[in-house]
Design a protein. Structure first.
Lengths: 441, 809
């Protein structure tokens, strides 16, 4: 049971406030923000209490999504609902930011009104909700030259339009109704890796959490079939096909997915509703089919001048055709490090000492498979002792691997029925993120 | 939020709203209303525009209607009279052919929350329950709940309740679930909606039609159901099995809650259910949403209390990601500590070591504390890491390490050598008072082994004038006194200076009194001082209790799937540092379970001071037979291994039935009637025993049969030349008393421990045996033999057991 729901910006501005039961006072928003700002840590605890008022909040899109509730309500339900609410807002407004929430507040009030009544969650299905929601979304797309580049001479389609622009999926679902927007469907395979590599280069832990998401802008789509790799196998013992198996440990599906063809042909059947939904989730622990994407070879020493020398070689073990983008290595350095001098192997890389997080951040915008990059960092650390070298380590890597899945899962085909009238576009996108990629030194 | 120009905005908007040109242009009208709502949600007081907005309500534009309703519901309570004007429009809308308009009107009619409007609302609500559109029925059902809460004092309308019960059979699942919710609210005083067999089976059959929110609600309501037979129970459980492993965490948690409440009488089934949710819970731990991860982690902590080994193989899942927020990292470390075993300890410590230099000081301290906890079972490896961390010379790390070491030595005295060695030189980096207190305690207790201890203390004493912390001063006094006892030559001078300062110049009463006390104590002589100051250095009992007994599921089942496990306070406070261990280790728990009678007067008599007599008037057996004052003591401490060796050795000798007379130990069995003792929590039993200086070494978990406790103590009678060691076992089998008697008879017949079983004891024993069928068998071994002391001990033990027992009853 939810008493109130409110959305706050990170600076504490009230964006949305709705009181469902009128039981607790109006000052709840102020109380919550005071509690948040009184804390020093990086993120306030998920549950906070104040005089019998219980706040549960999640952070999404840089905003606080807060519900006040009673002590005996289920945290799983409330957190899931807040996440679902933010996903709905994202579906309806196109993107999730302070600005988009501000511009679409009428729509969000409408959504809240239909989704929750008297503190009880009624529905969060976008199929049901779309019948009730009347307000049009206002989307704020920044003007960008890249959008123009897709249009060729005299409006002819160019080669580039075969790749979906990254902003293609950030648009409101409803606008298609009036503007006759493109009927598109996106199937995203998203994986998150968490890896720990020991100081001797041994792989200590490698987990992959993956999901298949469908984002649907089709006005009418009765059925959709997604074919996965034939050799996709679940669990340790099962083996399928002749090629290298694509193996995961556990799989779970959305309840609308029909699995009658899954066992024989690895086909998922579903009727997608508008907006974004998770079709399948899977996990793989400790058994990556290929080598981990990055290896680090560090040399760390003190030079004669009392400076800390870090010579890092970073190797990318992806296949040569693939590349990692937005790679950032975070290297913790001893407390009191003053200044950094750096030697990097190419001009597009950058490195910077961040004193408040006590780390050097080395950024590589693009890193092609098979390459090896090196960097030399010299740090001024007053009073550097040999024990201080212990403070250097473990290196955290964040990156994105487009067009690649760590498990090797692929979408074989994507069929829609009935065959869509008019031009419809189907996009399949793969991406692997680093959830936590740690290399010990 | 104060908003500059608020007055101005209100005036401007009022002008626009009443402008006929605006009113005639639908788009402009809507935009003006949008501005009003925007200002309202930013916190500007817009209540002045109420009458204008009431007018705007009468429109065919649904979007505008919705906006106006948002406004009206927020300000209705401030303008009850004007709200009456809206009712007409709303009632008209309730007749609208469009179901969406009908439901909108009905919902907002009930959302106005004005008691004065109730009479106008009832008729449309009654009609709404029979509306052909499901969305109207949904609203109408909840409307009754809102209405009931508005006028809580009024009687419950039986017709409405009947109607709601019949709507449980509504074809729309949301209407069904809303009926449950409404009935729960309306019938709150009667304990909520009636959950009988037909309703339960109906709800279970329709569970699959509901969405996840509806399922959670149904599962929650069903918790009140009690199946009539075991077959029915298992039918329900097998029906729900699929939900238990649902990929949606809310359903999984609600189902497990239901399982636990249905199977409260069948612990084995509950445990099997916990095993089953391991997969989904672990998946939730890796969820993309941090908040969901956190929730899952907190609930895993609950599960681990009952099945400590549940997640053993999956310990890697609890390694911290470097970008995770501190609150998740700290929970993960708490889980990791629980999962440690021989195979993974090296990996785990390696991982934890990495967190010790975390940029967040709290995370670093939590990691160090976690290593200390693991150190209770794997002390060598952990001490190596902790000592290495001291080399970093960082104040927050050093402070955490010293505190952790203090806690570790208290539990594992065998670590003291390494710790003493590591202490040298770390006083320079210590800044905070907690860390310095810990260092002083260690220097006081182990001063004779730290060569630089007097010099370190001298630095503290020289700086005592500028010392701000009360705790540090108190600890400094005690530490200096203790050091003086073992190294008088080096410490005498500085002790004099410290006492002089504290008595003459110190303004704080506490410190001054403490100093005066020590000063007078020194006047009484060195032996007296030693007796008072040299307390225990460690608490070996905790070492054994580390492998916490698995708690029964019922201990936490009620708080599962509530906000309780997520609270800050529910994090074990043990990791938070505090004063000296001997003052605090047992503070929180005994208070909860123990009567004050036990820890005040009675103990005063029993306790070790010279004039204390162990015979207690309330203990009727053996009351007269003990004359000499008896005192118990825990020193020298006995390790569990040593205990086991002695116990088995004596058992073996006893079994041989050899020449009993020649041995220097005796054997005694006794039955004490205290039926509720086996249900006592180990903590309270242990605390009670410690008050009279009896050390408990090992327990079986409460409520299990046979229930056993092993304990030991040393006795010294005032007139006896030496102390004796007593080992004991409490055994409760739950069997018939005759059996125990027969056993006892054969035992003393066979061995013939002459003199112990004097007439009086026998009578006492028999009296207890036929009095109650639940007797705890006490088996005692004494070495060397001293009958008087043994009887004295037995009477003390009996007193404690009786007190605890009456406490429980």
């Amino acid at each position: 049971m939810i008493s109130q729901i409110f959305i706050l910006s990170s600076k504490g501005d009230h964006l949305i406030y709705k009181d469902f039961r009128g039981e607790s006072g109006d000052d709840a928003v102020g109380v919550f923000y005071e509690k948040v700002t009184a804390l020093t840590g990086d993120q306030p605890p998920v549950v906070m209490s104040h005089k019998g008022l219980h706040f549960v909040h999640v952070r999404q899109g840089g905003l606080y999504w807060v519900a006040t509730t009673t002590a005996d309500s289920s945290p799983f339900t409330i957190i899931e609902f807040l996440n679902r609410l933010s996903a709905l807002v994202k579906d309806y407004c196109g993107s999730l930011s302070e600005k988009s929430v501000q511009m679409n507040f009428a729509l969000i009030y409408e959504l809240l009104d239909e989704a929750v009544d008297y503190g009880y969650i009624q529905t969060t299905s976008s199929d049901v909700l779309k019948n009730f929601i009347q307000t049009e979304a206002v989307s704020s797309r920044p003007f960008s030259l890249f959008d123009l580049s897709n249009v060729g001479l005299f409006g002819a389609e160019t080669q580039q339009s075969k790749v979906a622009p990254s902003s293609a999926a950030t648009r409101p679902i409803q606008s298609s109704r009036e503007q006759g927007g493109k009927s598109e469907i996106f199937v995203d395979v998203i994986e998150r890796m968490s890896v720990v590599i020991g100081s001797n280069g041994m792989l200590m832990k490698a987990d992959v959490e993956g999901e298949i998401r469908v984002k649907c802008y089709l006005p009418n789509c009765s059925e959709m079939r997604i074919g996965l790799n034939e050799e996709f196998s679940i669990g340790k013992s099962q083996l399928r096909g002749y090629g290298a198996a694509v193996r995961v440990d556990e799989v779970s599906f959305h309840q609308m997915v029909q699995l009658d063809e899954f066992d024989s042909h690895r086909i998922l059947r579903l009727c997608p509703s508008q907006g974004e939904q998770m079709v399948m989730q899977y996990q793989l622990s400790d058994d990556l089919p290929s080598a981990p994407p990055f290896r680090l070879f560090p040399t760390i020493e003190r030079d004669s001048g009392g400076r800390l020398l870090m010579y890092l070689k970073l190797r990318c073990d992806l296949p040569p055709k693939s590349a990692a983008i937005n790679v950032a290595a975070t290297i913790p350095v001893p407390k009191g490090s003053l200044s950094l001098s750096q030697e990097l192997s190419s001009p597009d890389q950058s490195a910077e000492l961040k004193p408040q997080s006590r780390a050097v951040v080395w950024k590589i915008p693009r890193f092609t498979g098979g390459m090896q990059l090196s960097a030399l960092f010299k740090l001024e650390v007053p009073g550097l002792s040999s024990a201080s070298l212990l403070e250097v380590g473990p290196v955290g890597l964040s990156f994105e691997l487009p067009k690649l899945t760590a498990t090797g899962l692929q979408i074989r085909f994507l069929r829609l029925s009935p065959v869509q009238p008019g031009p419809s576009q189907r996009w399949v996108r793969y991406v692997t993120h680093s959830d936590s990629y740690t290399i010990r030194i | 939020m104060p908003y500059l120009g608020g007055e101005e905005t209100v005036r401007e908007l009022r002008r626009a709203l009443s402008n006929p040109n605006v009113q005639s242009d639908q788009l402009r009208y809507r935009n003006t209303i949008l501005k009003v709502i925007r200002a309202m949600s930013q916190g500007v007081d817009m209540s002045g525009l109420f009458s204008e907005m009431v007018k705007a309500c009468a429109t065919v534009d649904v979007v505008q209607k919705k906006l106006v309703y948002v406004f009206l519901c927020s300000y209705a309570a401030l303008n009850p009279e004007l709200s009456l004007l809206v009712i007409n429009t709303l009632r008209k809308d309730c007749q609208d052919p469009n179901p969406m308009v009908r439901s909108l009107a009905l919902r907002n009619m009930t959302n106005l929350r004005l008691p004065s409007l109730v009479e106008y609302v009832e008729q449309p609500l009654t009609a709404g329950l029979r509306d052909r559109a499901a969305c109207v029925r949904r609203v109408a059902v909840l409307g009754w709940a809102k209405l009931h809460n508005l006028q809580a004092s009024s009687e419950i309308d039986a017709a409405v309740v009947n109607e709601l019960y019949s709507l449980l059979r509504d074809p729309d699942p949301v209407v069904m679930v809303n009926c449950l919710r409404a009935l729960e609210e309306i019938l709150k005083d009667e304990g909520g909606v009636a959950i009988n067999k037909p309703i339960t089976h109906h709800l279970l059959n329709r569970l699959k039609e509901c969405d996840i929110w509806g399922q959670c609600q149904v599962l929650r309501v069903l918790q009140r159901y009690r199946p009539q037979s075991e077959d029915e129970l298992f039918d329900i459980l097998s029906l729900l099995d699929a939900s238990l492993v649902s990929p949606h965490p809310p359903i999984m948690a609600a189902t497990l809650s239901l399982f636990l409440s249905l199977c409260s009488g069948q612990p084995a089934v509950s445990l099997a259910a916990l095993e089953r949710v391991r997969g989904p819970l672990l998946a939730a731990c890796g969820s993309g949403s941090r908040e969901m991860r956190f929730t899952a982690l907190c609930h895993i902590q609950l599960l681990l209390r009952s099945i400590p080994g549940l997640m053993g193989a999956h310990y890697k899942r609890f390694f911290c990601g470097y970008a995770e927020p501190a609150y998740i990292k700290q929970r993960k470390m708490q889980v990791l500590v629980e999962l440690v075993n021989d195979e993974n300890v090296a990996m785990l410590l390696d991982e934890l070591k990495g967190y010790c230099t975390d940029v967040n000081a709290e995370t670093a301290q939590a990691a160090i504390t976690a290593i200390g906890r693991i150190g209770r079972s794997y002390s060598d490896r952990c001490l190596e890491i902790l000592t290495g961390l001291l080399g970093l010379k960082q104040d927050h790390i050093t402070s955490a390490v010293v505190q952790t070491m203090r806690d570790l030595v208290w539990v594992c005295p065998q670590c003291s050598d390494t710790v003493c060695f590591a202490l040298e030189g770390c006083e320079e980096t210590l800044q905070d008072s907690q860390g310095r207190q810990a260092l002083l305690w260690l220097l006081g207790v182990y001063g004779e082994r730290v060569s630089s201890a007097p010099y370190t203390l001298e630095v503290f004493i020289d700086g005592v004038r500028s010392e701000a912390s009360l705790g540090v001063k108190m600890e400094l006094l005690t530490a200096t006194m203790r050091l003086f006892l073992c190294r008088p030559a080096e410490t005498q001078d500085m002790l004099g200076r410290l006492l002089h300062y504290c008595i003459e110049e110190e303004t704080d009463m506490c410190v001054r009194d403490q100093a005066l006390l020590y000063y007078r104590l020194l006047h009484c002589g060195i032996e007296e001082t030693r007796k008072v100051l040299q307390g225990r250095r460690s608490d070996p009992s905790l070492g054994v209790l580390i492998g916490r007994p698995a708690e029964p599921v019922s201990q936490w089942a009620r708080s599962f799937n509530t906000l309780e496990p997520l609270r800050q306070g529910s994090i074990e406070t043990e990791s938070v540092s505090r004063g000296s261990p001997e003052h605090t280790m047992f503070d929180p728990k005994p208070n909860a379970d123990l009567s004050n009678t036990l820890d005040c007067s009675r103990i005063e008599k029993v306790h070790s001071d010279g004039d204390g007599r162990c015979s207690d008037s309330s203990a009727d057996i053996l009351a007269s037979s003990v004359a000499a004052p008896l005192s118990l003591s825990l020193f020298p401490a006995l390790s569990p291994e040593e205990f086991e060796r002695l116990w088995l050795q004596q058992l073996a000798l006893h079994a041989e039935q050899g020449e009993a007379g020649e041995e220097d130990f005796v054997w005694m069995e006794e039955c004490v009637r205290c039926p509720t003792i086996p249900r006592c929590s180990p903590q309270s039993l242990q605390a009670a025993m410690q008050l009279v200086n009896i050390q408990t070494l090992a327990f079986t978990p409460p409520q299990t049969l046979p229930w056993r406790v092993y304990l030991y103590t040393h006795t010294c009678l005032d007139d006896a030349p030496h102390s004796t060691l007593i080992l004991g076992e409490l055994l409760y089998t739950g069997e018939e008393p005759q059996k125990a008697e027969v056993h006892k008879g054969s035992a003393d017949g066979g061995v013939g421990v002459e003199g112990i079983e004097d007439e009086q004891a026998r009578q006492g024993m028999e009296a207890t045996a036929d009095g109650g069928q639940e007797a705890v068998k006490v088996t005692l071994r004494q070495q060397p033999r001293d009958d008087k002391a043994l009887k004295g001990f037995l009477s003390i033990l009996t007193t404690v057991l009786h007190t605890l027992s009456s406490e429980r009853a």
